[in-house]
Design a binder for this molecule. Sequence first.
Ligand SMILES: NC(=O)c1ccc[n+]([C@@H]2O[C@H](COP(=O)([O-])OP(=O)(O)OC[C@H]3O[C@@H](n4cnc5c(N)ncnc54)[C@H](OP(=O)(O)O)[C@@H]3O)[C@@H](O)[C@H]2O)c1
Length: 329
Amino acid sequence: MHAARYSAFGPAHEVVELVEVPDPAAPGAGEVLLEIERSSINPADLLGFEGRYGAVPPKLPVWAGGEAVARVLQTGEGVSHLKVGDRVLALLAARGNWRPRTIAPAARLFALPDTDLDQLAMLGVNPPTAWLMLHEFVTLAPGDWVIQNAGNSAVGQSVIQFSKKLGWRTISVVRQSNQIEPLKKLGADVVLVDGPDLAARVLQATNGIRPRLGIDAVAGESTRRLAQSLADGSPVVNYGLLSGQPCAVEASDVVFRGIVLRGFWLASWFATAPLAAQHALYQQLGTMISDGSFKIEVEAVYPLARIREALAHAARPSRGGKVLIAPNA
Ligand SMILES: NC(=O)c1ccc[n+]([C@@H]2O[C@H](COP(=O)([O-])OP(=O)(O)OC[C@H]3O[C@@H](n4cnc5c(N)ncnc54)[C@H](OP(=O)(O)O)[C@@H]3O)[C@@H](O)[C@H]2O)c1
């Protein structure tokens, strides 16, 4: 079988390699044999290929692919909480998931609701990130406004749908006007194209009520504009580096209005939150997929053999949804 990896940093579609690797043997004690069914290509994967993800670049070569949903093919000795056929989030056990089959430790895995495969492939990273950012920095009251950029990203779509469900109102900032209508259909209250006068347009759209939480995937000038629109004392939570620029926040907003810049990284939550809390959040989000109240748009699904095309597609601006890989197709 083939697995994807990179041995040099650069644009993902240029440096990715498909390498012949042996099929995994039977799982050992405490392990499971997984068939990787679908994997989502995330900006974190693309940054990884460029050596720009994390505080320090990883050692090369790197086996590629984090987020994935997999089916249990075989359980090793002592694994009683999973059975053959269960679907699990492979990301929680191991990286290097752009391959058809893998052996993984079972301890952190749990059975997912048996629901839409593509949606489960996108459940591991972006929905919990949106959920946690909406809950961990301020206690929002019904009717409160939240403002976010990259509103059409998978995280952005999640913020919109969760806020709607929980009674909070959203302002989603996007780069193109053709992204407005699809987000409104998803439940967005206000969608604005980014620009220097953003803060004034926010006040106009909300009748003068300032948002109590800013959610920032872009950094650079976009952080400044989110911060300018917030209510005094509110946090702007940066969780992404899409512009490649440092977060810019006006000193006057920080000093005179108490705006604070916070950071969020899901990996830190994985490292610190009790396993039971992690499983409970995924069960809750998985149930929303099953009952049809939550979804993320998909633009294309590629077999692993077309990984270069898939990565080039994932790096394109203004996609209509996520690009997924089917390692067994
Ligand atoms: N900190 C964490 O734990 C964590 C967890 C999950 C995700 N993230 C981050 O969340 C962000 C969104 O991820 P995702 O998977 O939801 O994204 P996605 O669905 O793959 O969509 C990519 C988004 O990025 C936007 N974008 C790309 N380059 C941009 C730029 N230079 N300026 C402004 N917008 C730009 C795209 O806008 P267009 O459609 O206009 O091109 C699109 O909205 C990424 O930065 C990712 O790394 C962080």
